[in-house]
Design a protein around this ligand. Sequence first.
Ligand code: LLP
Length: 456
Amino acid sequence: MTPTEVSARTPPINAESEATLLAEVFPRDTGRDARGVLILGGAPIDQLIDAHGTPLYVFDEATLRAQCRAYAEPLSRAYPNSLALYASKAHLDPTIAGIVAAEGLGADAVSSGEIRVALAGGMPADRIVLHGNNKLPAEIDYALDVGVGRIVVDSLDELDLIAEIATLRGGQPAPVILRITPGVEAHTHEYIRTGAIDSKFGLQLHSGAAEEAVAQAQAADSIDLTGLHAHIGSQVLDVEPYADSLGIVIDFADAMTQRHGLVLRDISPGGGFGVSYSEADDPPAAGSFVEVIAETLRGRSLDPEPRLLIEPGRSIVARAGVALYRVGTIKEIPDVRTYVSVDGGMADNIRPALYGAQYRALIANRPPEGSKRLVTVAGRYCESGDVLLRDIELPSLRRGDVLAVPAAGAYHMSMASNYNLVGRPATVLVRDGEARVTRPRETDADLLASFAPVDA
Ligand code: LLP
């Protein structure tokens, strides 16, 4: 591709598309001030950067809360016997756990670390559900110690392990949900598709593993089987797969009630509700996913009516987060490509390298004026694949400019690494123009201190 060709997948950002990006992909109420500087959560980004440096992950509290409500409100109307669990793998710190809990959501955790941070933020233990395809014995023990609401069993082996641990502990049986693999294909990236038959997650229906698990759980004194779960994948952009998957789970539950006396008290279609990464994306609204799920359930008139658990992660937090990067070196390879390198990259956002995820970016420290150039925004890490945005039209950039990447709240910092021994960026939460640090920037000294000293 020559520098003048624009990739079909990366249309230029004109005034109209910038307005749509700001209105729909950036946090709510993002705009530019009279100087043309981007304002997030009421705070001009130059002030945020002066105080906190770059790369910086800015989370807008109002957007986060609005996304929680976007699920909680339609749920309370369409299916009151329900709880939305925030899939905390998307992004977790104690402050965010506290906000999500205050909005009435619970949390889906996949490790003792996530449970601990959720609890530290004030998430009630009984609103936490523990997931994972290989929970460690110590994590199961810890989860039972703190009294999590449910443990989602992922395999027959794990059912044995949980039963064993719960027997040793004595007392109440462990409250578990079985995760089944419904065999529904959601159209999403292979790495984030989980509901198909060939998946490391869940108990396969067709092999009989799911039924065997129901039978064993019903027979085990140390297990209280409360229901069934099926997650079909992530960044799902249609509502139908949820109706299909829930239908399969309900059919299976009916059969299990007849054959093994299962009383279905909890049912979950998981999470995975897709979001916009660009102004061209048009995912269903949170309320549409909720409606379809609630209708599917109500249509089956289950008695007793099970509690509905849904697990949105990305769609709660993606839009609330913006990544701010400082432009460094700019390299033009004549007739080939212009690389604009920024001070972050694959260590804070692995998604382009891992899934081919595509993002948008705006110049954030000045108005988007002047002639545009086709550039590729590369990260600073020592890997050719460390490209954040391939072929994007941006105003002519200079060293020191700031780029803002929206929809950066989910699966960026939670998947961040210290590759090249670079400290992870700071995260701040903005509200009404005030920013507070929710995670300080990792310094070289922090990294050095994380190693054992050299033996004398
Ligand atoms: N429930 C279960 C059982 C899950 O495995 C997941 C995500 C969720 C809920 C939340 O899905 P969400 O609503 O956030 O899509 N790192 C990938 C996504 C991995 C998702 C893993 N499981 C990415 O960056 O796209």
